[in-house]
Design a protein around this ligand. Structure first.
Ligand code: F6P
Length: 360
């Protein structure tokens, strides 16, 4: 096989701090290896028309490591294998068009930076002959096969800072403050930020909660003079026998939107404990802003490794953090699964041993 001289890079799904750091690492390491890098705009949409991509040189990625968001744009919708789209050459099947343009653009491989949905699409494209290396991204940290996704550490740092701030006002007013953090189907952000912020209760999707148990534990705190409490709840947490709090049902290729559990928990805890309660939703603040140094380093290592794998012809893989190493995992082993907090997680058990309630 002739050596690859041109590759594409794209970002898909919800953004996460560190996307630009990966793009920078891909562009610079490719450039130094004599490989041209084409930035594809708005995920796989960048393959639909020639005008939706641009050559990226080290000059184009100067200074972007510390920036949140993605210089390439991103979209979060539907399965391209099921969609038709209008192109300048008429209506075409989306995935056929992407494959056609991949070849027309003279690309030898793609670096696909995305979460579970985008990586699943990447895996499908591998199946129709597009050589791809994936890079795992999500603040939720729920992609299997990698200890960390970049973006997670930044989200946890932000949420921890928010909890620190809420502690002082909760204590001043003797209130219970409920902090809703992201985490659709996995409670990693809630667990890490809850422990780092010294929360009294942490509610995660993996443990359906009983609010009576939470209320009892919070009331006990009064007995030893702690008249306030902090409760961290993942957006995907739900009561035992109850349902997820949804802002919007799934529709037309869009996944369901979660949100609102924090306010419900705060209301119920107010009734159960007789205390004043407030709730705060951290939402997209957790995804914005500059990545932490940990995420910058991880993202840089991921980007560099992705280019290494392309040069070695190791396609259909995802770069992964297996401390202390960055390794390659087959995409087939990763897609369609969710890495949830295991019940024997040492952090979970340690938090319980310290008296944190998970509502179970
Ligand atoms: O998957 C990452 C994530 O931030 C989730 O935690 C959250 O539920 C979702 O994305 C929000 O997506 P959107 O930006 O589409 O509202």
């Amino acid at each position: 096989m002739p050596p690859i001289t041109r590759i594409g890079v794209l970002t898909g799904g919800g953004d996460a701090p560190g996307l630009n750091a990966v793009i920078r690492a891909v562009v610079k390491s490719a450039y130094n290896a004599g490989i041209e890098c084409i930035g594809l705009e708005d995920s796989f949409d960048g393959l639909l028309e020639p005008g939706r991509s641009r050559t990226l040189t080290p000059r184009d990625v100067r200074g972007i490591m510390r920036l949140g968001g993605t210089i390439l744009g991103t979209v979060n919708r539907g399965n391209p294998f099921a969609n038709f789209i209008e192109t300048s050459e008429g209506a075409k099947n989306y995935s056929d068009r992407c494959v056609e343009m991949f070849h027309k653009m003279g690309l030898g491989a793609l670096v696909v930076i995305g979460g579970d949905g985008t990586l699943a699409i990447a895996h499908q494209f591998c199946g129709v002959g597009v050589p791809i290396v994936g890079v795992p991204k999500t603040i939720d940290n729920d992609i299997v096969g990698t200890t960390n996704c970049f973006g997670f550490d930044t989200a946890v740092a932000f949420a921890t800072d928010a909890i620190d701030r809420l502690h002082t006002t909760a204590e001043a007013h003797r209130r219970i403050i409920v902090v809703e953090v992201m985490g659709r189907y996995a409670g990693w952000i809630a667990l890490y930020a809850g422990v780092a912020g010294g929360a009294d209760a942490i509610l995660i999707p993996e443990i359906p909660f009983d609010l009576q148990a939470v209320g009892d534990r919070l009331r006990e705190r009064d007995h030893w003079g702690a008249h306030f409490s902090i409760v961290v709840v993942a957006e995907g947490a739900f009561p035992a026998g109850g349902k997820l709090a949804l802002l919007e049902e799934a529709h037309d290729g869009h996944v369901e939107r979660l949100g609102g559990i924090g306010a419900k928990v705060a209301d119920a805890l107010g009734t159960l404990t007789g205390k004043e309660t407030r709730s705060v939703v951290l939402g997209h603040l957790q995804r914005g802003g500059a990545p932490t140094s940990f995420d910058r380093v991880l993202a840089t290592r991921f980007g560099g490794k992705a280019v290494d794998l392309i040069r070695q012809g190791e396609f259909g893989t995802m770069v992964a953090f297996d401390p202390p190493d960055i390794i390659a995992r087959p995409l087939a082993e990763v897609v369609g699964k969710t890495k949830t907090v295991p019940m024997n997680s040492d952090l979970l058990l340690t938090a319980k041993a310290l008296g944190v309630t998970f509502g179970d």
